[in-house]
Design a protein around this ligand. Structure first.
Ligand code: BT5
Length: 271
């Protein structure tokens, strides 16, 4: 199946999203980064639930200055502007898993495709990365003003960058499924799931749902950061704030917040 381009994309997107309780919507055929646009728009007053989506990103961003590839006609790249209500402020660290969980649940509900979350922010299918989430906060002085949840999903095979550009094996939804999918249908499903999950942010049920989705749970993993020694341990789960819980060999439990950490299965060679 070929995707429509240009104005058809804009109208397909708007038609698909028309039933959802969203704010305003901005669509770009090509943009630097949907997160940059969303952060600027949020600080200029975009309402809660506003959406920036693009067919192509020329400077799509991952975490810690890494880049994210979004090739035209093959992927989903969008950023949702959320204005945390007073009771959501404490759950600052959970907006990223909110995005990841919404993608997992959408893949399962729409396509029966089992998906996992590689802590902190990747969605894996068959242990390959199909989606990345980059959540960024907008501040008004020292007060949290908005959270931008940026989601990139590889949909068609053309969206998967060559292995030489990847720091973890990647795939796309169509490859995993063995058939074409309608990316607007997937977009609607992800946003629908996110809207449904949001009121449960920070609840025990939210944490349980997240933990059940954690890739490598009960397995030996290695945590790497840019500087110090890697840490090995058995992945136990997450804390209520979203830190990773690891059991060391001596039985002690240690917690790690996302920072600049990378999670790897312990058996994998360091690259
Ligand atoms: C992420 O970062 O995985 C978060 C990616 C978030 C992208 C969305 S798209 C909409 C919104 N607007 C933006 O500008 N960003 C968000 P990280 O865990 O740091 O992973 C980045 C690494 O993934 C790169 O260094 C590459 O190795 C790899 N990568 C780049 N493009 C990829 C792709 N399309 N599929 C799989 N892996 C990719």
């Amino acid at each position: 199946m070929r995707y429509n381009t240009g104005m058809d994309d804009r109208s397909s997107l708007q038609a698909s999203l028309s039933g959802l309780p969203l704010g305003e919507i901005r669509w770009f055929e090509s943009i630097g980064s949907t997160n940059d646009e969303a952060l600027a728009w949020a600080s200029a007053g975009a309402p809660d639930g506003s959406l920036v989506a693009a067919d192509r990103q020329t400077r799509g961003r991952g975490r810690l200055g890494r880049s994210w590839e979004t090739r035209p006609g093959a992927a989903l790249a969008f950023s949702l502007i959320l204005r945390p209500a007073a009771d959501e402020m404490d759950y600052f660290g959970l907006f990223s898993p909110l995005g990841g969980l919404a993608v997992c649940q959408a893949l399962e509900s729409e396509y029966n495709l089992p998906a996992e979350i590689k802590w902190p922010n990747d969605v894996l299918v068959s242990r390959r990365k199909v989606c990345g989430v980059l959540t960024e906060a907008g501040w008004n002085g020292s007060a949290l003003d908005n959270m931008v949840v940026g989601i990139g999903i590889n949909v068609a095979p053309g969206s998967v960058p060559p292995a030489s550009q990847l720091n973890f094996p990647a795939t796309c939804v169509e490859e995993a499924l063995g058939r074409p999918v309608d990316r607007w249908q997937l977009l609607v499903a992800v946003i629908t799931q996110l809207i449904q999950l949001r009121p449960r942010l920070g609840s025990l049920q939210f944490l349980k749902t997240w933990e059940e989705r954690l890739a490598y749970r009960g397995e030996l993993v290695r945590l790497e950061n840019s500087g110090g020694q890697p840490v090995n341990g058995t992945l136990l789960g997450v804390t209520p704030e979203g830190s990773l819980r690891l059991a060391r060999e001596d039985g002690s439990e240690v917690h790690f917040s996302a920072g600049d950490l990378r999670l790897r299965p312990a058996g994998e060679r360091q690259t």
